[in-house]
Design a protein around this ligand. Structure first.
Ligand code: NCD
Length: 318
């Protein structure tokens, strides 16, 4: 199977991007292929492309974010849109306004895109039912973070030339991670073999429902893998303690050189960030330019978000 969608014109069939669920392989390859063009454009001195001139993008973030919010903002601005960043800390949500009322208020201003990040799983879907514009999920609870999985797939494809047939280990707090859920769906859709590696307290109940293989031993889980992805302990989603201590967690579940030696010699390391050095990954390994592609992920993030808006833009079809 080709890694590139060769169809000259691909009629992207969706109005929103709420999750990886519902996307076909062709949809995904269309997004990755459009993103490739933006990667090149973003490396030029002039990074602007007026595709979304006159359009309005609202970033509605009910949770903290560095990478996702700034890259959506940059993506919108590079495409010529007007971009509004709303953070909940200085909005009427603080006064008790509901998500729907906030959404209806913003909708009355005729935005073309709303990017929403919310601590509750399902919030973007609810919003999409109420507003007239395209809704993009910027991460909802432990549910999905589709643009993160797409930028991870683009990063992997650029380093390995393909995704189908690769062995990918996703390690850490699988239970609370929307990044893990979107990646399990996307990577299996594209034909990768996915291992999930976590202590029993941070493992999901039904790995078989995702078509992935669970491991409780990190060395076995990353053995012979082409890609190793580490994840942060999502303490903000934990009720009580899920690990005995940070030291013990790093000993068993932190990625270091010794554990990494079990992966393929040319295996790459991904992490969606924020990286907590010395907890999910050893600091020296996170900075190892031979192995770590963490900053490439950040670069791909802007291009993927441009590609998603490009394809969702109602008046622009490739
Ligand atoms: C992730 C998120 O918010 O889900 N980060 C991100 O978007 N880059 C992962 C995390 O917060 O640990």
């Amino acid at each position: 199977m080709s890694t590139k969608n060769t169809a000259p014109k691909y009629n992207y069939p969706h109005r929103h991007l709420l999750g990886i669920d519902g996307l076909s392989r062709d949809d995904v390859y269309a997004i990755l292929d459009v993103a490739e063009d933006y990667v090149e454009k973003n490396r030029q001195l002039d990074k602007k492309h007026p595709l979304l001139k006159g359009r309005t993008l609202i970033n509605l973030f009910f949770e903290d974010s560095t990478r996702t919010r700034t890259s959506f903002e940059l993506a919108g601005k590079r495409l010529g849109a007007d971009v509004i960043n709303m953070s909940v800390s200085n909005s009427s949500v603080k006064k008790g306004e509901t998500l729907i009322d906030t959404a209806m208020t913003l909708n009355a201003m005729h935005p073309d895109f709303i990017v929403v990040r919310h601590p509750e799983s399902g919030a973007p879907e609810l919003l999409a039912r109420k507003v007239n514009c395209a809704v993009i999920n910027g991460g909802d609870g432990s549910h999905e973070h589709p643009t993160q999985a797409l930028l991870d797939a683009l990063t992997i494809r650029r380093h390995k030339g393909k995704i189908e047939g690769l062995k990918v280990a996703i390690c850490g707090d699988i239970l609370h991670s929307r990044v893990a859920r979107s990646n399990m769906k996307l990577l299996t859709l594209l034909g990768a073999k996915v291992h999930i590696v976590a202590p029993p307290t941070l493992m999901i109940a039904c790995p078989e429902a995702y078509g992935v293989t669970p491991f409780h031993d990190m060395r076995k889980g990353i053995s012979d893998c082409d890609v190793v992805m580490t994840l942060r302990l999502q303490t903000e989603r934990m009720n009580g303690s899920f690990v005995p201590s940070n030291r013990e967690y790093f000993h068993f579940w932190g990625l270091d050189r010794e554990k990494m030696a079990h992966a393929k010699p040319d295996a790459i390391i991904l992490d969606p960030g924020p990286i907590i050095r010395g907890l999910q990954i050893d600091s020296e390994l996170a900075d190892d330019i031979e192995r770590s592609v963490i900053l490439d992920q950040v670069e791909m993030g802007v291009a993927i978000r441009q590609a998603v808006m490009h394809l969702l833009n109602p008046h622009e079809k490739i």
